[in-house]
Design a protein around this ligand. Sequence first.
Ligand SMILES: Nc1ncnc2c1ncn2[C@@H]1O[C@H](COP(=O)(O)OP(=O)(O)OP(=O)(O)O)[C@@H](O)[C@H]1O
Ligand SMILES: [Mg+2]
Length: 336
Amino acid sequence: MFDVITFGSATRDMFVISKDFQAIKSDDFVSGKGLCVSAGSKIFAEDIVFASGGGSSNCAATFTLQGLATACVTKVGDDPGGNAVIDDLKKLGVNTGFILKDKKFKTAYSVILSPPHGERTILVYQGASHELRKEEISWQELKKTEWFYISGLSGASSEIFESIINFAHENGIKIAVNPGEAQLKMGIDRLEPLLNKIDIFILNKEEATRLTCLPYNAEKEIFKRLDNWIRGIAVMSKGPEGVMVSDGRDIYSAGIPKSGILDRTGAGDAFGSGFVAGLIQKSKHKKPDASAIEYAIQLGTANATGTVQHLGAKNGLLKKGEWGPWKRVEVKSYRI
Ligand SMILES: Nc1ncnc2c1ncn2[C@@H]1O[C@H](COP(=O)(O)OP(=O)(O)OP(=O)(O)O)[C@@H](O)[C@H]1O
Ligand SMILES: [Mg+2]
């Protein structure tokens, strides 16, 4: 029996650190800035770091480190990158028996270009992580769990999102979702019947604004709408500003502890999975109460703070009972 089974992508990540990456203002780019190097030159990197990443694998790492029996569902290529992802998870103690290997596409690969003091830029090859198909999944085996944690599913893999939620609902499995782009693009008409089956729904503030079609700072209104749609708890993360959570009765909020930051890759996964791990630890067979939500916010925040101190989405994740050198964040709440 598992506590949690995760769904989503698994990638190989390579971080390239070079002081020669320059940000240049230009309206030719969506962000108004381009990351530039001199064309035709050799650009030297001060360091490179290899790590595994992707929502399904990162979150599985947090759950197992938090002492929960965890399995990961994802697809990699039949290549050394895929084996490296599987080995990383095995070493942590994650069950990798459900990880599929695609014969045609290679393991997803991200190259993270990181200037020492600037915003990173990521080159993404999604490869095999796009190719998870309904008919390849051992559905009967997946019944043996308390929770599903579903992170972004893209390409052909996005077509199984509804099936996973409906399967969990029919089998009494609790559901946490941190949606990706393809899920948000489904539109509220298709999403609404699914949200009604979800126990924990995790979005960042931009995503929450887009989904609810409300102004960026209308936080109360955003939660009112999310609470109407979602059966359980709505979580809105706000990057360095912290997080807000609603259980439909109270709104909880917290900032982040004073700490450094090296690289924010994996912060969303570390927060979301840390939050869900905290709720599972504190409310195994009962409805989460205020103290469980408070604890979950503190654990998710501490776990995200741990990972942003390091390159590599799994580096710095906390083990059960460890909280790092930072103070636990103060959680405030008020009745809606
Ligand atoms: N720069 C930062 N410094 C410290 N903590 C951070 C930082 N960015 C994020 N966090 C922590 O991680 C949590 C989740 O981050 P964020 O809101 O950026 O999620 P996200 O946009 O989903 O991230 P991702 O791009 O990884 O999916 C925040 O609520 C906060 O606790
Ligand atoms: Mg995210």
